[in-house]
Write a protein that binds this ligand. Structure first.
Ligand code: HEC
Length: 422
């Protein structure tokens, strides 16, 4: 995926913000759609196989109806499955173009697998129309590949979310780290819930509730969809909580909490609507349930995005600096391509340091003068902090690249020299 980074364009700060919004939009389209495709295919295949033994008409019908409902048609598969993921990869390649991260590798593999999986799944769907015996094997292969594709996808996103705190080497082992596993299970539960919601919505609300559904069959579908949705939504609060625990404390801003709270609230609304559907027949509640679940998934996407936003601040600062420099060059002003030490300092150091006062770390005006004339030593401290003063906690490694550390060191030294009047 190196080539993607090479085509990265310099971005102004405004462009970067726009990219974040577009990323959210792409994930809004992609995640619900692909969730419903995955579990819709699994259910359809399951009932198709069950029918072979039971010979029940309901099993035959539901298997066909589900796959037709969830896959809609081929162009929807491309518009909601392939295009958003591809766009998301392009956006990530821009946001992370200034850094080493394995998230593009995972997302790239996910994309390839996704394309193959959709090919098989649509082959399975089409076989219902054209053949007497549908190609169950295509359905099985398609859903298995899609499962792996989504595991890769979750890993890729997780690498981006945890970018500053956990730099995996980008190997197959990353798929089995506890952080990825917890988030993948979270994804699976949410995707099962939204699939159940989509089935209720699709069978009982769309097209006037498929008036053609006969009563027996309707009851059968409703029972299955309710069981699926109920089981999955019951697990969700636990998984929301687990996901919260594994996040590093520093990324949990107030906004992240606010979205998680809204997400929980929509989940409780979903419980309520599910109960209404269970106790009385009203198609209105299937729509409400579906949108409550959709909304819950949206809040998860937004809170992940806020975290990525926080953890890529330095990247964004670097990109924006490059952009300004190139702009100056175009205008004929002579500037060298340089990373702004001040920008990096603001996002990576200022939380703990100031020049005059003690915050978490010591004031620079006190501790930095000893580095005057020894810039190299300061750079190596910044890149690999060691324990110095027993009155302070150890400084965590800020994870800077050599040229970034150099820029910050130069900036601090310059400021300190001015401040102490040397
Ligand atoms: C999470 C808080 C935190 C962040 C972020 C942080 N520091 Fe520190 N820093 C500390 C603490 C605590 C100490 C004191 C460590 C000690 O004395 O062992 C320290 C010490 C220092 C010192 C003094 C070293 C010495 O020789 O006494 C320098 C210089 C410094 N930090 C620079 C930076 C720079 C540059 C950044 C940003 C790239 C940064 N720090 C980010 C907490 C932080």
């Amino acid at each position: 995926m190196e080539f993607l980074k090479n085509i990265a364009l310099p971005q102004s700060a405004g462009d970067i913000e726009l990219l974040h919004y577009m990323l959210v939009l792409m994930l809004f389209l992609f995640i619900p759609f692909i969730s419903v495709i995955l579990w819709g295919t699994v259910l359809s295949v399951y009932f198709k196989m069950k029918e072979k033994i039971s010979l029940e008409e309901n099993h035959r019908k539901i298997s066909k109806d589900i796959i037709e409902l969830v896959t809609v048609n081929k162009s929807i598969g491309i518009i909601l499955g392939i295009v958003p993921l591809f766009t998301a990869i392009l956006i990530f390649s821009q946001l992370f173009s200034a850094s080493e991260t394995s998230n593009l590798e995972f997302l790239g593999i996910a994309f390839i697998l996704l394309t193959i999986a959709l090919y098989f799944i649509y082959d399975y769907r089409d076989s219902f129309e054209n053949l007497k015996t549908p190609k169950v094997i295509s359905g099985i292969i398609g859903s298995a590949i899609l499962f792996i594709a989504l595991w890769m996808f979750v890993t890729g996103i997780t690498v981006a979310v945890f970018y500053e705190y956990w730099k995996p080497a980008g190997s197959i082992q990353d798929l089995f780290t506890s952080v990825v596993i917890i988030r993948f299970i979270y994804f699976l539960a949410a995707s099962i819930a939204i699939t159940g919601g989509a089935l209720l919505f699709g069978f009982f609300y769309l097209e006037g509730g498929k008036g053609r559904i006969d009563k027996e069959y309707g009851k059968f579908v409703k029972r299955i969809a309710i069981i699926i949705t109920f089981t999955a939504t019951l697990l969700l609060p636990l998984l929301i909580f687990a996901n919260l625990i594994i996040l590093p404390g520093t990324v949990l801003s107030g906004a992240v909490f606010a979205y998680i709270t809204i997400g929980l609230f929509s989940l409780f609304l979903a419980y309520h609507f599910l109960y209404m559907i269970f106790t009385r027949y009203s198609s209105k509640f299937t729509a409400l349930l579906f949108f409550a679940l959709l909304f819950m998934i949206f809040t998860v996407i937004i809170s992940d995005q806020l975290i990525i936003n926080n953890s890529t601040k330095v990247q964004s600062a670097i990109l924006a600096t490059k952009y300004d420099v190139i702009l100056n060059e175009l205008k004929g002003e002579d500037t060298v391509l340089e990373i702004s030490g001040e920008e990096i300092y603001k996002v990576k150091c200022a939380a703990c340091h100031s020049f005059d006062n003690k915050i978490v770390g010591p004031p620079h005006n006190e501790v930095v003068p000893k580095y005057i004339g020894k810039e190299q030593q300061l750079i190596s401290f910044i890149r690999n902090p060691v324990k110095i003063d027993p009155n302070y906690p150890p400084m965590p490694n800020p994870g800077l690249e050599p040229n970034e550390a150099k820029a910050v060191a130069e900036y601090i030294l310059k400021q300190v020299k001015q401040n102490i009047g040397k």
